[in-house]
Design a protein around this ligand. Sequence first.
Ligand code: ZN
Length: 207
Amino acid sequence: MRNALLSVSTSGAQWLHLDVMDGHFVPNLTFGPKMIQDMRKHSDLFFDTHLMVEQPEQLLDEYINAGSDAITFHLEAVTHAHRLVQRIQDAGILAGIALVPSTPIDAVSELLPLVDLVLVMTVNPGFGGQKLIPQCVNKIKKLADFRLQNESRYKIAVDGGVNIETAAQILNAEADILVMGSAFFSAGNRRQLVQDIFNMQRISGDT
Ligand code: ZN
């Protein structure tokens, strides 16, 4: 665990994305708040917690107290999303809403002016190493257009199938945050990979 943390912090990446899976909302099981609390003691990275769990409202306080800097939950897992966004923001951290590939942007239009992050899942959540679903890239662009038209402030994060080959189209669709799992940990030179993606961002930002 400490090696993985060190590897992320020395790579130049700024955020640590933490995929919490409960074995219900998604078939896999990962880790809970205790693990995040332990990592918090060894890292100053921005902790971006992605709750892929059923009933996130029941677990929220534990993940806030564990030291998350942002908490993103799935629209598909809750009824009272608005209340949950407020609870997260009231704790003084960023609140994000995540969408699985089959959920349209329209389903969150009422939340978009309120949230700090929108996480677009570009694979069906639950397993690492999947290929990006190309249609999901349109959702990123739609979110970027909505943000411009409605003077919203959310950042757009993309999770699933992000690698050096898919990064350009994701950045062109105006995503702000690229989440990498398998591509990062299988890279020979992780620092170079992160640098290459930052450079791409600069180029696409200039045009
Ligand atoms: Zn994630």
